[in-house]
Design a protein around this ligand. Structure first.
Ligand code: KG4
Ligand code: ZN
Length: 331
């Protein structure tokens, strides 16, 4: 099924065309440069820039795929969670296209998009499986009983892992977003230099907590003064290792506790090469089949929205013109 996907929930304006689980085009216009001076996403600026860019992004996705609007079989759009003004830009565009081309419309949960992103390129595991979703707003372990059947079995009680990267980068004066810059510095640091805490360590505890880790980094900076030179590389590597350690350990424990054989991981934090490698290495060592999407499908994109939307449309699910943004939508 040939589907156009549109994503505008936060600071990326994105459109993509898929044919079922085959990716035909994937356009992402990032607003990072616009929000950088403010140290985080400014909602009003995000909406304005989505509005400015969305038409071109959609046109590029269609031309990149070599597909005309009238050849599409559906339009999928992120309906939440996210910034309300930002979401509305994508939703209005999707509704307009669906209306003029008389196409079925489907609103997609952004979190389900991340969870299903591995489909673009790999087949879904057979039977139940476990998903680890780690983004800027969410950190969760999800037991997937089938498409659309998600049971959250672990979640962060405070900051999301991506948020911890962003906050730690901010307190180290490294700018926004934190993930890529911390990863780059960590690459030449010693991960064993500083032992940062691993929260909620009990074996049967599947919830996460990252705010204590952020505080530990802040305390370290307070005690040792401004971190510069190679100490900064060591600190970033030690922090990153603490995050990786907790994510990997809890994901593997969840697989064991819920007796599944396969693990799927997704979300912006999985763009981190060290975290991907740790997860794949440990899971494989334990005999668990593991799937992680390519890096550009881990961070926000519309391909994952199109792929999840295509599956909903195949199942006969539709939205009508009353589709609205759901800023606080949960999985
Ligand atoms: O999934 P995503 O693109 O957007 C949300 O839905 O939140 O995730 C964004 C988050 C940000 O917190 C960002 O710092 C983090 O993912 N991130 C990374 C890396 N690239 C992005 N974290 C660690 N290492 C990276 N390379
Ligand atoms: Zn996301």
């Amino acid at each position: 099924m040939l589907v156009l996907g549109i994503e505008s929930s936060c600071d990326e304006t994105a459109a993509a065309v898929v044919d079922g689980t085959q990716l035909l085009s994937n356009i992402v216009s990032s607003q990072v440069k616009i929000h950088e001076p403010y140290g985080g996403v400014v909602p009003e600026l995000a909406s304005r820039h989505h509005l400015k860019n969305i038409t071109v992004v959609v046109q590029q996705a269609l031309s990149g795929a070599g597909v005309r609007l009238d050849q599409l079989e559906g339009v999928a759009v992120t309906r939440g969670p996210g910034l309300v003004g930002a979401l509305l830009v994508g939703i209005q565009m999707a509704k307009a296209l669906a209306y003029v081309a008389d196409l079925p419309l489907i609103g997609v949960n952004h979190l389900e998009g991340h969870l299903q992103s591995f489909r673009l390129g790999t087949d879904p595991p057979v039977g139940r499986y476990l998903a680890l979703l780690v983004s800027g707003g969410h950190t969760m372990l999800v037991l997937v009983e089938g498409f659309g059947h998600y049971r959250i079995i672990g979640r962060s009680r405070d900051d999301a892992a991506g948020e911890a990267f962003d906050k730690v980068a901010k307190l180290l004066g490294l700018g926004y977003p934190g993930g890529p810059v911390i990863e780059a510095l960590a690459a030449t640091g010693d991960a064993g230099a500083i032992h940062f805490p691993r929260a909620l360590p009990r074996r049967d505890e599947l919830d996460f907590s990252f705010s204590g880790l952020k505080t530990a980094v802040a305390n370290h900076v307070r005690e040792h003064g401004a971190v510069t030179g190679h100490s900064l590389n060591d600190l970033c590597a030690s922090f990153q290792a603490a995050v990786a350690d907790v994510l990997v350990r809890k994901a593997i424990r969840a697989v064991r506790i819920h007796r599944v054989n396969a693990l799927v991981a997704a979300g912006g934090v999985l763009a981190n090469t060290a975290i991907r490698a740790a997860l794949v290495h440990e899971a494989s060592r334990e005999g668990i089949s593991v799937r992680v999407p390519p890096i550009d499908l881990c961070t926000d994109n519309a391909a994952m929205i199109a792929a999840a939307g295509a599956e909903h449309l195949v199942r006969g699910e539709r939205d009508d013109m009353a589709l609205n943004a759901s800023p606080r939508l949960s999985l």
